[in-house]
Design a protein around this ligand. Structure first.
Ligand SMILES: [Zn+2]
Length: 312
């Protein structure tokens, strides 16, 4: 089967825990991932909210260099992709297609020019905020419920101009609607579920129906998050919870806007889903529970691939 996933924190964990991407005890390694016929993964450099200014950028550089190191060391398995042509090359050579992303616009340190250097590094998606406030806007757990800043408006417009995908996962609701207003191209929520779960984490992080409708209108993309807190409550956070979120997205008509952003190595995941090797089992489970093979192929790969080909 094919799999394309829009968010994981694996490369940051490889850096922090000095683990190899080839074989490790994390959620993702290349050995386990090479079982797919085609596999694309967006690898995020997560910037903690404690890091701002030069500290945020230095941390990004360190994790980015770890990403480059893993790509070079494991070139037989994996290839960095910066364009749709490179994605095509990776898949035709049966290599894992890896795209570098940043989770946290604090990496810019308030400097618009820094987007150009991220682009040169091969960054093709940036999540505007993490949970708290930064120079661009306010995360979903920030006390500040305001709009994007003036700088934030400039950032999203420049991102779309130079070709870095705008990611609204973690952003507060006001900021989300600002992104919709300030941009004309499609944007993405790389790892966000539907607001159908009643707990404070899910309530802040998941998407309202009104937000989901914007993705449908704008040909945007939503990556399903496998994080237990955002899927359900009381241990009901496994495959059935994923099915429940998918059915909600389908009810709103988001069949062509849905992909995966599993958040592997960035959160706690139910034992039935806690690693890249569980993805084929999830596919089978959903198939057995009434979703057709062609719709599943869309969610697990084609919707995301189509989105990248149209927007990279
Ligand atoms: Zn995240």
């Amino acid at each position: 089967m094919n799999f394309l996933d829009f968010h994981c924190d694996t490369i940051g964990e490889c850096y922090l825990q000095s683990k190899s991407l080839l074989a490790n005890d994390l959620h993702i390694d290349l050995r386990r991932a090479s079982k797919f016929s085609a596999y694309g993964q967006l690898f995020a450099v997560w910037i903690p909210d404690e890091k701002r200014g030069n500290a945020a950028f230095s941390y990004y550089c360190a994790v980015r260099d770890r990403f480059y190191h893993e790509i070079q060391t494991n070139f037989e398995y994996i290839m960095q992709c910066r364009s749709k042509e490179e994605l095509h090359t990776a898949f035709s050579q049966k290599k894992i297609a890896a795209i570098l992303t940043v989770e946290g616009g604090s990496v810019l340190g308030g400097d618009l020019e820094r987007l150009d250097s991220l682009y040169r590094d091969g960054v093709r998606l940036m999540t505007l905020t993490w949970n708290d406030t930064n120079e661009i806007g306010h995360g979903c757990f920030s006390k500040n419920k305001n709009r994007l800043t003036r700088f934030g408006k400039d950032v999203v417009q420049k991102m779309q101009k130079i070709g870095i995908l705008v990611d609204v996962s973690h952003l507060n609701e006001r900021g989300f609607f600002d992104v919709a207003e300030y941009t004309d191209k499609p944007f993405i929520a790389s790892h966000s579920n539907a607001k159908i779960v009643d707990n404070p984490y899910a309530d802040a992080r998941n998407l309202t129906d009104a937000q989901i409708r914007v993705f449908i209108e704008r040909d945007g993309l939503i990556g399903l998050n496998l994080c237990a807190d955002f899927l359900g409550n009381d241990g009901n956070t496994g495959m059935d919870a994923v099915l429940r979120h998918i059915m909600h997205f389908f009810e709103l008509g988001a069949e062509k806007n849905l992909a995966f952003g599993g958040d592997f190595d960035g959160c706690t995941v139910h034992p039935s889903l806690n690693g890249i090797e569980k993805i084929p089992l999830l596919f089978d489970y959903l198939l057995q529970h009434g979703i057709s093979e062609s719709v599943l192929e869309d969610i697990f790969f084609q919707n995301g691939y189509r989105f990248l080909v149209a927007n990279l």
